[in-house]
Design a protein around this ligand. Structure first.
Ligand SMILES: C[S@@+](CC[C@H](N)C(=O)[O-])C[C@H]1O[C@@H](n2cnc3c(N)ncnc32)[C@H](O)[C@@H]1O
Length: 283
C-alpha cells in the first residue's frame, strides 16, 4: 500500500451509484485493524501500526498465535452456523479482508448466503470494497458503522437491503468487543442487537483476555493501544460469558479459540491462547 492519506476508492458492487468521498487513512496513528493485519502477516499497514504491533508482540509471542487462532475460529464458526441453516450474517468489526472472509466461508455452504460487513475504520471499507469489486456478490454489502450505535446499525437502509431481520441472522462480533469500553455499555449494545433478531438467530463472538497474562503483560498491552484509534479492554472469562445471557451456549461452551470445535489436534498452548470464543443461539 502507498503511504498517502487520501485514497480514491476503487468502486464496486454494493449497490451505490456515486463514488464515495476520499478517505483519510491517518497513517500516523496506529489503527487496530491494521495492527491486526500485521499480526496476521498482512501487508495493509503503515509504520505506526507496525511499531505499535511490535510492542505488543514483544510482550507476548502468544499475541500472533491468538490472532491466527481467532481468524481460524471465525471460519469454523461461520461454517458451522451455515451448516445449521443460517443464511444471513451481520459481521461487525469485519477487519481488513484476508483469506477466508465470512462471505467466502458461508457461500461455500449456501451460495445465496447474505452478509453485511460493518466496520468503523475507513481502511477496512477501502479494502473490502476493492475485494468485492466486479465479483457480482449481490448479497454482500460493506458499510462504515460504529458498534457503539446499535440502533443506527439496525435501521440502516443498506443493512436492511441485504438482511431480512425477521429471519434468523448470525450476529458476528469477532475480536471487536474488547475495543468497547465499559463506559460505552458493551453488554447493552449486544442486548440491543440480539433483541432485534428473531428466535433461531445466533451470536458468535471472540474476545481478548488477560486471564493467562502476567500482571506486567496485562498492564502493558492496553497501554500500547492508548495511542491507537481504539482502546483495549480485556475481559475475564466470567465477564465474556455475560454477553451470552439469555442465549443457549452451543457446545463446547466458552473456550479459548483453538478449542472451539477444532478441526486439528489441539496443541499444548491452545488452552492459553488469549481469546475466549463462543457461539450462542437465541431460543
Ligand atoms: C481485531 S480486528 C477483528 C477483525 C475480524 N472481526 C476478525 O476477527 O478477524 C477488530 C476490528 O474491529 C473494528 N472496530 C473497532 N472498534 C469498532 C467500533 N466501535 N465499531 C465498528 N468497528 C470497530 C476495527 O476497525 C477492526 O477492523
Amino acid at each position: 500500500m502507498t503511504d498517502h492519506q487520501d485514497m480514491a476508492l476503487d468502486w464496486m458492487s454494493d449497490g451505490a451509484d456515486a463514488p464515495p468521498p476520499p478517505v483519510d487513512l491517518r497513517p500516523e496513528i496506529p489503527h487496530p485493524a491494521r495492527m491486526y493485519d500485521y499480526y496476521l502477516g498482512g501487508k495493509d499497514n503503515f509504520p505506526a501500526d507496525r511499531e505499535a504491533a511490535e510492542k505488543v508482540l514483544g510482550l507476548s509471542p502468544l499475541v500472533r498465535i491468538s490472532a491466527l487462532a481467532n481468524r481460524a475460529f471465525l471460519q469454523r464458526a461461520v461454517r458451522h452456523l451455515a451448516e445449521q441453516g443460517v443464511r444471513q450474517f451481520l459481521d461487525i468489526g469485519t477487519g481488513i479482508p484476508t483469506a477466508g472472509n465470512t462471505h467466502e466461508v458461508a457461500q461455500r455452504v449456501h451460495p445465496d448466503a447474505r452478509v453485511a460487513y460493518l466496520d468503523n475504520d475507513p481502511i477496512v471499507l477501502v479494502h473490502s470494497r476493492a475485494l468485492l469489486a466486479g465479483t457480482g456478490h449481490g448479497g454482500v454489502t460493506v458499510l462504515q458503522a460504529d458498534l457503539r450505535d446499535p440502533k443506527a446499525i439496525l435501521s440502516d437502509p443498506q443493512v436492511r437491503s441485504v438482511l431480512d431481520l425477521d429471519r434468523p441472522v448470525a450476529l458476528l462480533l469477532f475480536a471487536i468487543l474488547h475495543f468497547i469500553d465499559d463506559a460505552d455499555d458493551p453488554y447493552g449494545i449486544v442486548r440491543t442487537l440480539v433483541d432485534a433478531l428473531p428466535s433461531g438467530s445466533y451470536l458468535a463472538m471472540s474476545h481478548g483476555t488477560a486471564d493467562f497474562s502476567t500482571p506486567d503483560q496485562a498492564a502493558k498491552g492496553p497501554a500500547v493501544y492508548r495511542n491507537a484509534t481504539a482502546q483495549l479492554t480485556m475481559r475475564s472469562r466470567e465477564q465474556v460469558l455475560r454477553f451470552f445471557d439469555g442465549l443457549e451456549l452451543q457446545e463446547p461452551g466458552l473456550v479459548t479459540a483453538p478449542l472451539w470445535r477444532p478441526d486439528q489436534p489441539a496443541q499444548p498452548t491452545d488452552g492459553e491462547v488469549a481469546i475466549w470464543a463462543g457461539v450462542g443461539r437465541k431460543p
